[in-house]
Design a protein around this ligand. Structure first.
Ligand SMILES: Cc1ncc(COP(=O)(O)O)c(C=O)c1O
Length: 454
């Protein structure tokens, strides 16, 4: 019997048979499991010969099954898996709403852009308003300010936590300050008591960049729930991955509508792809100077973007999300192992410290090579890389010294000496769940060798 519709068909004995396309889907899933076992066998680790990555996607057959399942739907654009992910991720993060976008950078862009909407009245950020941030970090935490004609104001970071130095916040304030937008550096929450109190006192927006910090908590509360808007990234280096992907989160329904609008071309309409007339008055709106009844689907209330992601990416996210608790636990355990293994080398290296009150969800393990140790960061990195242990810098180091920012309009508080220290002395190694005990032991051994050889 050819079964082509979605309904199960009744067989002669009265039982129900699955539609053939569902049977085929299951066979494909099974084949994917077999394919995964063949194509991605467990690798053995040979110290000195195998790479010790800083990060990478950790995935199983189920993740590929989800990607294939979404491909078989051939819906392609954002769809059922995206809806499911948004609902589940909001619950995991403890926020009211999470909206998917195609990267963490897009999430930051949408988050800040949403706060420029005229619909926020006096609260809207205006061109020339200032956004307090730090220069020791990732560029796309800062870029949305510049892209929205706002002025970044840089304060220094603390050493060892690598988070914002909150003692400089008051000095950074001006009558144009409108927001604070900062990241929880490498998964280590910044001092949220001080930052949220400062924002409340001066009526400022707070945007929490949680791209590196999914799962981190501060005094028992999840990061991402403190700010007006917060963001996440699902690039392979991050806590879970969709390849490319990000999320914008908020507790405030009015902001969700703005986030959707900026993500979806700037439109006023909030229908999901493929849906019409969700508002029930599609042809009854009169907005701007458009004639009454102009199709709501084509009314634009913001200068927006299209930053949606595909349902194949979202499907991988749904599958990865199931593994998030285990991934976070592994990152914390790997961090602890490295910390214990390197703690006798503090004459040479400054080890990372978590912010008081914080339980970080580490993205990496930052290390400062002490200038007085006689070691140089570049030499340490070279040796590690020769021994196949990968390293990364703390992103842009001091963004203000990067070519892209030399002509940018900004203010800074003092000379940012710690930011320069980060640029000159700090690097990080991996803690991601793909690291095995033998890799961690090997890392610790090579660090001891470097210290002995000095
Ligand atoms: C703190 C921070 N914010 C934003 C981003 C950008 O995320 P994406 O690579 O998904 O654009 C990153 C990237 O790693 C990051 O570390």
């Amino acid at each position: 019997m050819e079964l082509t519709n979605i309904q199960a068909a009744e067989t002669s004995n009265g039982s129900y048979e699955k539609p053939r396309k569902e049977v085929l889907r299951e066979q494909i899933r099974e084949l994917v499991t077999q394919y995964h076992a063949e194509a991605f066998p467990a690798r053995t680790f040979t110290p000195g010969q195998s790479d010790v990555p800083v990060s990478g996607k950790v995935f199983d057959a189920e993740d590929i099954q989800y990607a294939v399942d979404a491909s078989l739907d051939f819906w392609l654009t954002t769809g059922r898996f995206a809806e499911e992910f948004e609902r589940l991720f909001a619950r995991v993060m403890g926020v009211r709403d999470a909206r998917l976008v195609n990267s963490g950078s897009s999430a930051n862009l949408v988050a800040l852009s949403a706060l420029t909407s005229d619909s926020l009245g006096d609260e809207a950020l205006q061109p020339g308003d200032e956004v307090i941030t730090v220069a020791a970090g990732f560029p796309t935490t800062v870029n949305p300010s510049i892209q929205n004609s706002l002025v970044p104001v840089f304060v220094d970071v603390q050493l060892d936590t690598y988070d914002i130095d909150v003692t400089q916040l008051e000095a950074a304030l001006s009558d144009r300050t409108g927001a604070v937008m900062i990241a929880h550096t490498l998964g280590n929450p910044f001092d949220l008591d001080t930052v949220t109190a400062f924002c409340r006192k001066h009526n400022l927006w707070l945007i929490e960049d949680c791209c590196d910090a999914v799962g981190a908590t501060y005094k028992g509360q999840s990061v991402g729930t403190f700010g007006d808007v917060s963001t996440a990234s699902f690039y392979p280096a991050h806590h879970i991955t969709m390849g490319e992907g990000g999320a914008v989160m908020t507790q405030k329904p009015a902001l969700t509508k703005l986030i959707e609008s900026f993500r979806d071309w700037g439109r006023d309409c909030w229908c999901a792809p493929g849906k019409d007339n969700t508002c029930g008055k599609r042809f009854e709106w009169q907005l701007g100077e458009l004639p009454c009844g102009y199709d709501h689907k084509y009314i634009y209330s913001h200068i927006g973007y299209n930053l949606k992601l595909s349902d194949m990416q979202a499907a991988v996210g749904v599958s990865q999300l199931k593994k998030l608790p285990g991934f976070i636990e592994a990152r914390r355990a790997n961090f602890k192992r490295l910390y214990e293994g390197l703690s006798d080398l503090q004459e040479f290296f400054s080890l990372p410290q978590s912010t008081p009150g914080a339980d970080p969800s580490w993205f990496g393990f930052p290390i400062a090579v002490k200038p007085e140790s006689g070691l140089k960061r570049e030499d340490v990195e070279k040796t590690l890389n020769q021994r196949k242990i990968n390293t990364r810098l703390l992103f842009g180091g001091n963004l203000l010294r990067q070519p892209a920012y030399l002509k940018t309009k900004y203010r800074k508080i003092g000379d940012l000496p710690n930011t320069d220290y980060v640029m000159n002395n700090v690097f990080w190694i991996g803690v991601y769940p793909g690291l095995s005990d033998s890799m961690l032991n090997y890392i610790i051994e090579v660090f001891h060798e470097i210290a002995r050889r000095r």
